[in-house]
Design a protein around this ligand. Sequence first.
Ligand code: HEC
Ligand code: HEC
Ligand code: HEC
Length: 126
Amino acid sequence: MKKTFMISLVVAALVCAFALPNLSAANEAPADIELKAPFKMRKAPVQFPHAAHEKLVPECTTCHHEWDGKSEVKSCAAEGCHTEQRAKPGETLSFKKAYHDLCIKCHRQERKGPKGCNDCHPREKK
Ligand code: HEC
Ligand code: HEC
Ligand code: HEC
């Protein structure tokens, strides 16, 4: 009886050891992400080098500002987030303003990274 208990403890520990890395793997982003709006877009979607920014920006929460560091990272255009094409002052930022405030502001501050419309939005709409 005691031995079976010990074995189940060891098994449980092993399961945990393998389950933990998988938990964090669930929060791994693709290296490059094509950013698409939940409405008909006027511009071509932006290609965002995520892996590069994980190295450039120390904190995930600079961008994922609602993330608790544990649960699944939500899309910026998840329900209740930046889904709208337009928003009034005081409302949750529109899709476009949320991205522009984040991306362009940092590139200006750092004096690095693209700042012109066509540097981020490819000229030709696909
Ligand atoms: C640093 C990169 C960056 C720059 C510079 C930039 N944008 Fe954006 N813009 C984005 C991102 C990211 C989004 C949201 C994701 C997407 O639309 O692909 C976005 C969204 C938009 C949208 C809403 C989505 C759509 O296609 O309807 C419009 C319109 C837009 N940008 C126009 C502009 C214009 C005009 C300029 C220049 C004045 C500009 N952007 C400069 C990154 C940028
Ligand atoms: C410079 C901004 C920025 C930084 C820093 C950043 N991310 Fe992201 N991440 C994004 C954007 C933008 C997306 C695309 C969101 C979308 O599709 O709506 C994204 C997407 C993701 C996704 C996929 C979510 C989905 O939509 O399914 C995961 C997971 C993720 N990031 C994890 C991380 C982790 C973990 C870190 C820190 C190590 C991090 N990110 C750092 C901007 C950033
Ligand atoms: C907190 C700072 C910060 C934020 C936020 C940020 N970036 Fe950047 N980004 C940088 C820096 C710094 C560089 C310049 C890297 C270099 O030239 O070495 C850069 C470079 C880039 C490049 C050029 C990469 C290349 O290979 O030349 C693109 C495209 C880009 N950013 C898109 C975005 C988009 C889209 C967003 C918003 C989702 C964003 N960035 C948010 C700091 C930031």
